[in-house]
Write a protein that binds this ligand. Structure first.
Ligand SMILES: [Zn+2]
Length: 1027
């Protein structure tokens, strides 16, 4: 999956990631609306779920029928809708809030307790059931023996899935036959089902033992009788207790004949989406997103990545649509006067459940047939089909590239890539049916910018890379998610570099991907790339920058010391060895060790990077003919005097492949620091530069005199040092200064050379580092001088490179960046250009240069009033280009009229104005200007209850909003307010986010005390005052 890290330009040390938003609030709405749509209480009778009431002296168990009666009673006093929402939300399990009333109803509790005996050899759930014979209340979830993992007694081999979907009624029915192997005797079968969202009819659950040679035994009557069935809300399991145990060594078919699912616009599982065609008609469609744990929302299954199986899927649907699944169509027939069609798809290879996908739509496609009849199609709304050609061309090259890289073709014989109007992440690599949000796949050269092209290219490459790394070979469990994502994120750059060498993507990566995650990983609130996962919610939480970007950076570092060939050889043999299987991190390192002929113990080296958080700073000190290298953990918040080394098994020491070069000998040299210090011989009296090309995930700190030499080199002739290293010197200096390890004056001295810098990467690094200082100083008197200084650096380079609309991607990136910075800091030529362009666009409809349109819209809105704002809003609603729409929506947050910002922020509660999938984007746009941030912070605090209620269960929205609006808060007053807010009303799904925001604000306050005066004084000396 690609979480689509949209870098908010100049947003410095934190950036937005559009993740797999698990809209749980939607799910709760879904539960409520589902009960409404299925004639209220009759639905309750289908399940005999045990609901626990805790807090009473005695256990008090209700069947759902009783709960229904209870709800019915409440209906008399409360409005039906409110009650149902409450009852079918997650919090329903905690009935104690309603206890006083419930106690009265609970006359029958004891008679509900049945005593069940169990063979010893079944899973721990029996302990849970046995507990019922005592008076202690319980739920399955209360039993620590049962984690979120399935017991593994029974594992799937093959699924036959039949789904009959009705787009008009927004629901479907289905059946599934799962051929399984029993590995251990058990009379308790546990499957994944998302309760309430997926309704299993218990009367239609059959377990058939297979005799040798049988393939399909579901027609005979010899199924094992079921004693009872249970659901668990938290762990999302459906437990089937059998009268006779399933026996080790025997195969069984689990036949769940009748389940019903509902299709909501919740972006999870199989879900509804829609678009308006050019006639203005709304067209509906079905799309899917099963990663990480929503296959269980679509059909009962063993929903764990290492329970791989083959899948035969059929979809029955209205004939006006086309159905797509992972595999090509095997057969198709229509019935009911051909108004309905049943499509049977070919059987998939062995794969994980999270990679299944379904699309039912009226989309069109563009197509190319590659060698071996591999069919590649790019699908979109029919009106957008001409925006699919770029993707088709690049995807064709990318399949060829990876086929060659891995020396192995894709196993699935086709790849459909589909752009759907509503998608929560960036894209998802479902095998053979990759699904994207529209901006991640569609590219319109007429309106899309270079950065749109870059993102589309990157995401396509990322998803295709997963075919080999993720789909063929899969991690065993989600704690190794970073393996999938880190590798896809590394390999995507290889494919891009191959297709567009002139982009220098491997340089861009340093400033855009590595530096931001290095800031995040330098906080004590970071986590190892390989975290422990104990709850389904933590799986979604682990899809963050650390998994993706640090994972990528570590693998890039691995490549620096293995060499390109060694890296490729290791990867090839790994995929070959574990094809159709699952592997753990250690098994990967083993194949790399073999690739080096065991000259390096890769596991030993890499464990220090993946199993502990953070990274080191290497301090270089001259000592006679040598340089002494020392490593310490780098922490931005240096207030804490002593580091807590106890909480890491490795004591925050690393195996560092330290690379370096010297002034008169620029040969790249490598020296290993083995969890301790090192020593290298001086070859010259000039400068030494560590971490060549910024290939390693560590910072370098020099002695004062050495920093000055390096600054002098930059000023004299910066091209001697590579662009990633120029960026790295700036990045390291400012971060070391932020951590009080270096004087800010020295870091600032490094930036004066930028008047001559014409490469995007150092500029990007500089502006990102400066964004923090700008944010912190935005309410201080030195802010004027700061903006003036930046303007003075930008102006000469802007004058030189201009606003030409043609050039390579890095050239266009730099022009856009400097135009934007020039406009922000009042460089006259830049502001005038943008204003003129905006006027021409608004009045004459003149088309804007695609790369600059975002800046131009923003300046137009900023300099304009309500007319300009409304005009841009209307345009955002009219455009059929998703990327154009995002630019316009972003520009709207640049207004300097508070009332317009307030109106805009409030619109996130109005789905007719701002789509659910865009809420995160829109809120992130507010952090682009000091005023926007101020309003957004105020908005967060004043509408906290509503935000928490509506978006609290989403994995990302609140977490990111907190991070963005609090990034530059640096006063005790606001800190106290936020602490109070988070304590009184904790954010539902973003506790970690709130904690880290508070920690960051404390650090900000400390930073201001320590550094404000010296920065103000440096600016005073270097910027001419207007007065
Ligand atoms: Zn991915």
């Amino acid at each position: 999956m690609y979480i689509m890290e949209k870098k908010v330009e100049q947003n410095g040390n934190h950036f937005l990631s559009i993740g797999n938003g698990s809209a749980k609030s939607k799910e709760n709405e879904a539960r409520a609306s589902m009960t409404k749509s299925t004639s209220g209480l009759s639905n309750l009778k289908q399940k005999e779920t045990i609901v626990t009431i805790s807090g009473g002296d005695k256990g008090c168990y209700f069947s759902r029928v009783q709960v229904g009666v209870f709800v019915f009673a409440l209906l008399l006093t409360l409005s039906a809708v409110i009650v149902l929402v409450v009852c079918f939300s997650d919090s329903n399990r905690h009935f104690h809030r309603l206890n006083p009333t419930v106690e009265n109803v609970c006359k029958c509790a004891d008679s509900q307790v049945s005593y069940v005996t169990h063979p010893e050899n079944t899973v721990a759930l029996h302990t849970a059931l046995a507990v019922r014979s005592t008076s202690e209340p319980f739920t399955i979830s209360d039993q620590p023996e049962i984690g979120i993992r399935l017991p593994g007694d029974v594992i799937p081999v093959h699924y036959d899935i039949d789904l009959d979907v009705s787009i008009d009624n927004e629901n479907y029915t289905g059946s599934v036959k799962i051929l399984t192997n029993c590995l251990k005797d058990t009379s308790l079968l546990i499957l994944h089902v998302k309760p309430y969202i997926l309704n299993v009819n218990e009367a239609e659950v059959y377990i058939y033992p297979l005799k040798k040679g049988d393939t399909n035994n579901t027609n005979n009557k010899s199924f094992i009788p079921v004693t009872r069935q249970f659901m668990d809300f938290d762990k999302e399991i459906h437990a089937i207790e059998l009268k006779e145990p399933m026996m080790k060594g025997i195969q069984y078919i689990i036949y769940i004949k009748d389940f019903q699912g509902f299709l909501f616009a919740d972006l999870k599982g199989m879900y509804m989406s829609s678009y308006k065609n050019k006639n203005g008609d709304t067209r509906n469609l079905i799309a899917s997103q099963l990663q990480s744990t929503d296959a269980r929302k679509v059909f009962p299954c063993f929903d764990e990545p290492d329970m791989k199986a083959t899948f035969s899927v059929s979809i029955t649907h209205s004939s006006e649509y086309t159905a797509l699944c992972n595999m090509p169509v095997e057969s198709e027939k229509c019935f009911d006067d051909c108004s309905r069609t049943r499509v049977q798809f070919q059987t998939t290879p062995l794969m994980s459940t999270y990679l299944l996908a379904f699309v039912v739509s009226d989309f069109d496609y563009s197509e190319t047939i590659l060698e071996n009849n591999y069919t590649l199609r790019i699908w979109s709304q029919p009106d957008l089909i001409n925006q699919t050609y770029y993707a088709l061309d690049f995807a064709t090259k990318t399949y060829a590239y990876f086929t060659d890289y891995f020396q192995m073709p894709d196993v699935v014989p086709k790849a459909d890539h589909v752009a759907v109007p509503d998608f929560s992440g960036g894209a998802m690599e479902n095998w053979g049916l990759v699904i994207y949000r529209e901006t991640a796949l569609l590219y319109d050269p007429e309106v899309s910018s270079s950065s749109n092209k870059y993102m589309v290219t990157l995401i396509i490459a990322h998803e295709i890379a997963h075919t080999w790394f993720g789909n063929m070979v899969t991690m065993k469990w989600w704690d190794d998610l970073w393996l999938n994502e880190g590798f896809a994120s590394t390999l995507m750059y290889f494919a891009m570099d191959n297709a567009y060498p002139e982009w220098n993507v491997l340089d861009i990566v340093v400033a855009e991907d590595m530096f931001p995650v290095m800031v995040k990983d330098a906080l004590e609130t970071s986590h190892p790339v390989s975290p422990n996962i104990n709850h389904p919610d933590e799986i979604a939480e682990s899809f963050d920058q650390i998994s993706y970007n640090k994972g990528m950076a570590l693998l890039r570092m691995l490549e620096t010391f293995l060499g390109k060939d060694g890296f490729r050889k290791g990867l090839q043999s790994y995929v070959m060895k574990y094809k159709f299987d699952n592997a753990e991190m250690s098994e990967l390192w083993e194949t790399f060790t073999e690739a080096t002929n065991s000259s390096l113990k890769i596991c030993e080296i890499m464990d220090t990077w993946t199993r502990q958080m953070g990274y080191p700073v290497i301090n270089i000190k001259a000592d006679g003919d040598y340089y002494i290298l020392e490593q310490t953990r780098f922490l931005i918040n240096a207030q804490k005097d002593k580091q807590d080394i106890e909480d890491s098994d490795y004591g925050y020491k690393w195996y560092v492949p330290f690379t370096y070069m010297m002034e008169d000998d620029v040969t790249l040299r490598l020296h290993w620091l083995k969890m301790g210090p090192g020593k290298i011989k001086k070859t010259s009296g000039g400068w030494i530069l560590g971490n060549v090309n910024y290939g390693g995930f560590y910072r370098v700190n020099y002695e004062l005199e050495m920093w000055q030499r390096l600054a002098k080199q930059l000023y004299k002739n910066h091209t001697v040092i590579s662009p990633p290293n120029r960026a790295g010197l700036i990045g390291d200096a400012f971060n070391l200064a932020r951590a009080s390890m270096l004087d800010y004056g020295l870091a600032l001295n490094l930036t004066t050379y930028l008047r001559n810098e014409e490469n995007y990467v150092p500029w990007k690094a500089f502006l990102d580092c400066f964004e923090f200082i700008r944010g912190m100083l935005s309410k201080e008197s030195a802010y004027v001088a700061l903006e003036k200084y930046i303007g003075e650096l930008v102006a000469p380079v802007f004058a030189k490179i201009g606003t030409d609309d043609h050039g390579t991607l890095p050239e266009m990136y730099l022009r856009r960046l400097l135009l934007k910075t020039g406009c922000d800091t009042g460089v006259k030529a830049a502001v005038q250009y943008a204003k003129d362009q905006f006027r021409a666009w608004m009045i004459n409809g003149t088309r804007l240069p695609t790369d600059f349109s975002q800046v131009i819209y923003a300046v137009g809105v900023r300099e304009g009033s309500v007319d300009e704002w409304d005009y841009v809003w209307i345009k955002s609603q009219e455009t059929n280009s998703p990327s154009e729409r995002e630019m316009l929506l972003e520009a709207l947050a640049h207004t300097q009229k508070p009332w317009l910002l307030w109106r805009y922020a409030n619109w996130i509660f109005d789905v007719n104005k701002i789509k659910m999938q865009d809420v995160r984007l829109v809120m992130s746009y507010f952090s682009n200007t000091p005023l926007g941030r101020m309003i957004a912070l105020h908005f967060l605090m004043t509408r906290w209850d509503d935000l928490n209620e509506k978006f609290g269960d989403d994995t990302f929205i609140i977490r990111e909003m907190i991070g963005e609006v609090t990034a530059y808060v640096n006063t005790e007053f606001v800190l106290n307010q936020l602490e109070h807010l988070f304590t009184e009303k904790p954010p539902k799904g973003a506790k970690k986010g709130a904690d880290s925001a508070i920690a960051l604000i404390r650090a900000n306050i400390g930073w201001m005390d320590k550094n404000y005066a010296s920065i103000a004084s440096w600016l005073d000396q270097h910027v001419e005052s207007s007065f």
